[in-house]
Design a protein around this ligand. Structure first.
Ligand code: FAQ
Length: 330
């Protein structure tokens, strides 16, 4: 169904004159900030764009468990282990809310999973970078969850009702995630010289990949214009990236760490920081499957899907048996 929709989806933002009556009524509802609900009429391209974005977002939450899950058994204290475990479980929950939101658009969770496993659907570029040591777990919480929140808070106002409601629940949990990461960074930054160096090294490696999470620069963003017109997205990629930099610079300063960017400075005129763009060639390589951990992440998902087949088969067989018994009793 998703593949069919993508094939039929048009390109370019239509002017009001180019819209059909249905499309114009739909756009008016969006402009009035009315939520669009699953049974409402919607353009095919709106549906396809939502399935793509919500599906990729759900996959990111699930794949995003891998770099941190790797550290649950190696957390330095029982308390840190319990906190990380809770955080990683939250990410699984976020994936499930989002798959449910996507299902309301007529696509099944199995279909979305197949799209991921076949490589046709993406997940966030950030999860293709390795977590090499405990400081990286701090950097993921501080920077990756920090970037995720920056993107997700406005998405609470997205035009599609089920996505918006999922985001409200998710955002409540994300702020705890960011806080636990910053807390790890504080401990490392005020620890021994070796710990401080680890914290700085983690910031050095995660800074630019975190900036990439917001997507390509606005001039290269293919979906933004239409997604903004439909209020699927509320802000552009560059607006959110700028907000993230402005929020994170004082946090790094408080930790006594240096953001790895010689061009980073406060611009009085703009009332915002000037900063260096990430290496976009690296970004496009990563989303094409050529990042440091793409193969490993996909192998983990394929194995999880195959290893879970007996559970799905068992549940289906149980469901069939129950419905046969119900039919016989009627
Ligand atoms: N990675 O035209 P645009 C989390 C693709 S939060 C991979 O600008 P759009 C929490 C894009 O899909 C992370 N691909 O696209 C957590 C498109 O390719 P396509 C997830 C990317 O959609 C924390 C092409 O580039 N958050 O997981 C990326 O308008 C810690 C052109 O780009 C969300 O998904 C990228 N970074 O804007 C979990 C938020 N950026 O599909 C565990 C919802 C772009 O045509 C641990 N999504 N691409 O083949 C969004 O807000 C948007 O989809 C953007 C991209 C802003 C990500």
């Amino acid at each position: 169904m998703y593949a069919q929709l993508v094939k039929t989806a048009g390109t370019g933002v239509k002017t009001r004159e180019e819209m059909s009556d249905e499309e114009r009524n739909f756009q008016d509802r969006v402009d009035r900030d009315e939520k669009i609900e699953p049974k409402d009429w919607m353009p095919d391209d709106y549906r396809a764009t939502l399935i793509r974005q919500i599906g990729q977002h759900a996959h990111s939450e699930i794949v995003g468990q891998l770099p941190e899950g790797n550290w649950i058994t190696r957390a330095p204290t029982l308390e840190r282990k319990a906190i990380l475990l809770a955080k990683v479980q939250d990410e699984a929950g976020h994936g499930l809310y989002l798959y449910c939101a996507a299902e309301t658009l007529g696509v099944s969770r199995d279909e979305l999973t197949e799209e991921l496993l076949s490589g046709r659907m993406k997940y966030s570029s950030i999860f293709n970078y390795p977590t090499l040591n405990w400081a990286d777990i701090g950097a993921v919480g501080w920077l990756v969850d920090g970037a995720a929140i920056m993107n997700q808070v406005p998405l609470q106002r997205t035009s599609y009702g089920p996505y918006s409601r999922a985001m409200i629940r998710i955002c409540k949990e994300e702020s705890f995630h960011q806080r636990q990461g910053y807390d790890i960074m504080m401990k490392m930054a005020e620890g021994s010289e070796a710990q401080r160096r680890m914290a700085q090294d983690a910031l050095n490696r995660f800074w630019y990949p975190s900036l990439m999470m917001f997507g390509p620069s606005d001039k290269d963003s293919v979906h933004s214009a239409q997604s903004l017109a439909w209020k699927i997205k509320i802000d552009t990629n560059d607006e959110l990236r700028q907000r993230f930099v402005d929020q994170t610079v004082p946090q790094a300063k408080y930790l006594g760490l240096t953001i790895p960017d010689e061009n980073l400075k406060w611009n009085e005129e703009r009332g915002a920081h000037d900063f260096s763009e990430p290496d976009w060639a690296e970004f496009f390589n990563v989303i094409k499957g050529k990042g440091p951990c793409n193969v490993e992440r996909m192998e983990a998902r394929v194995n999880a899907w195959e290893d879970g087949a007996w559970v799905r088969d068992g549940l289906l067989a149980h469901g069939r048996k129950k419905s046969a018994a119900r039919t016989a009793a009627e």
